[in-house]
Design a binder for this molecule. Sequence first.
Ligand code: ZN
Ligand code: ZN
Ligand code: FE
Length: 757
Amino acid sequence: MQLKSYHIKITGIVQGVGFRPHVYRLAVEHSLKGWVLNASTGVYIQVEGNEANLKEFARRLVEEPPPLALIRTCEINEMEPVGFTEFIIRESEEEAAKTTMISPDIAICEDCKREVLDPRDRRFGYPFTNCTNCGPRFTIIKDVPYDRVQTTMAEFPMCSDCQQEYDDPRHRRFHAQPNACPVCGPGVTLVDAQGKKVDKSAVDLLREGHILAVKGLGAFHLACDATRTQTVKLLRDRKRRDVKPFAVMARDPECAARYAEISELEQRWLTSPQAPIVILKVKQPEILSATIIHPGLDTLGIMLPYTPLHYLLFDEGLDLLVMTSANISDEPLITDNQEALEKLGGIADYFLMHNREIYNPCDDSVMRVSSLGTPQLLRRARGFVPRGVPLPDKKTFSVLALGGEMKNTFCLTREGEAYLSQHWGDLNHYRNYRNYLEGIERFKKMLDVNPQVIAHDLHPDYQTTRLAREMSDMPRIAVQHHYAHLAAVMAENGLKEKVLGLVCDGTGWGSDGAVWGCEILQGDYHGFERLGHLQYLPYPGGDLNARKPYRMAMVYLLAALGESGVDAARQYLPNLSDEERQILMQSLSGKMGQGLQTSSCGRLFDAVAAFLGICQVNRYEGQAAAELEAQVDANCPGHYNYGVEWDREGQLIMNILPMWEELLTERCQGVPGEKMAARFHRTLTMMFADALLMAAKKTGGRQVALSGGVFHNQVLLYWLSTELKRRGFKVYHHQMVPPGDGGISLGQAVIASEVDL
Ligand code: ZN
Ligand code: ZN
Ligand code: FE
């Protein structure tokens, strides 16, 4: 036999994902000798054997990586054979290099699941079972290198059985840092609201209709049987969460399919290692009490059990659990046992807790398969953080981008990758802000970087802007909000050349001091130009309007129809008191064009939803827009009037005011809301498409990127993309980075990465 030798270098996500044992098994299977080595620059392999085996090994190496690995490059060179006698996993100094990427937390794998459900296995029913292919990572890591002593598993020394698995390169648990079993690992306790141990099973309590606080991977959840209307109602009352939809956890995919329509792609995401909450169309007729679980919406967020602990919450009698984050409204996630007992005593009847500390709090991720058939992450957290997003250019310096204010994330860059944090909630809450600051320090440590540039939003009053000002020792770059949105969607799509952007969201501070929110931009990472926007309207009361859609309806009616608009407001806006109407009219009288102004698209959705009687008050962010979208009867043709024209300053003005006369007429005629909602969505589609075409004629470009929270709207996303493609545009949109403000830190980071230091 002729001995041949390959030297192989692999880059990508190949560390902390069981890559070396995988290589080891593969080599042994093909009777190859040599070694595998982990280095900060990638995984190196040298193998010797006969040519057929080598070729097969190389093929399988690339085509069948372990579940969590992601191979970016594979370089193979033939070498002189050395004559190895065995295959070994070589230890290296470099292995401890801090540049190793930390994996996100990963849902339990099939092998571990089998063990947990097998009465003969030593891990039968053990809630903390994991291996190199699955289990906690990010939420338990305190410092790098990723080693058990640097995690919250440090206080659980492995028993000899676990140690043996850990040391055996052929074993699935070789170097699995959180490896544990009932003998040596963490355990659960079930207590009542007074903290007294109870001798019952969690399943029984759930089946009896109790509410449980459950400590999971990244935080506490509140859980109850979703099919028990009274219990879910009680949970709403106690949590003081009146209409915001609850996410649910289904026992298995078959159960989920009983309640929702699930496409093949959606199924793949549900059962993926990231195991996010997937927003799904609810089945009609519905078995669940829609008015209680997801009022006003035709979608439901479903996830599958992702830790062994979750499997212990289900049995044959339980199909579906409400599984909602246990935090009180806008406060931070709850991760600590004592805090849970104190804060949730009035909400949960029982507490299923464990003694493994959650170091990095992390919410469930929320995604959907969009109307275009692509994934769309709405909240990027568990399963995705802290995975890097590749940047268009590799820079030597690190940027810290602070993000926005609500639903905020920050972003740190390191060597051509951007690391987005989990979401932190409203930073005006002191404790959210404190956690956010701590999160930044932890990311710096985890990535071993010291940022040299700070990027932040242009808004002068954001907490993050103040924070940036305090960091006076570094160059600081203020990035306009919608420009950051544009850069985020560009970066995600690997774009570098100038493109057109349509950014539609609630609010962002504009370069001219107005509140922007529906913007046509053109730009690259070096700069942008505003080409057009939704016509400005007065914005009396500022942020107050985001809570009260009926106010914006009043503003639109008055602006579009004058006196008869006021009559219409009186008739169709029940929440608008005489007093508030007077105040609004006063502040608007003769002032169209003065005072605070807005081009917000979110507020336009609010206004229409309120006027159609769909939603008067937003009790969670985006409620009116979501309910308006849910009303759309897509088969209903037609659109309303609108105008698009260049103004004297060379701005493209999208004028939606002509629509209101028709809206009023149809409302008077009693045209069903589904039809009007559809026509409104089509009006926006046509108006945006016309405006973008006019902008494109001026600039010559035919690439357009869509961003902003409004593009959570699946009807608009689909109709507009289709219309733009029909008109010859190449359309880019978000997939793995949120279209909303959770994505702007990425945009800020990539813009700041382009500065010359
Ligand atoms: Zn596993
Ligand atoms: Zn053990
Ligand atoms: Fe925004």
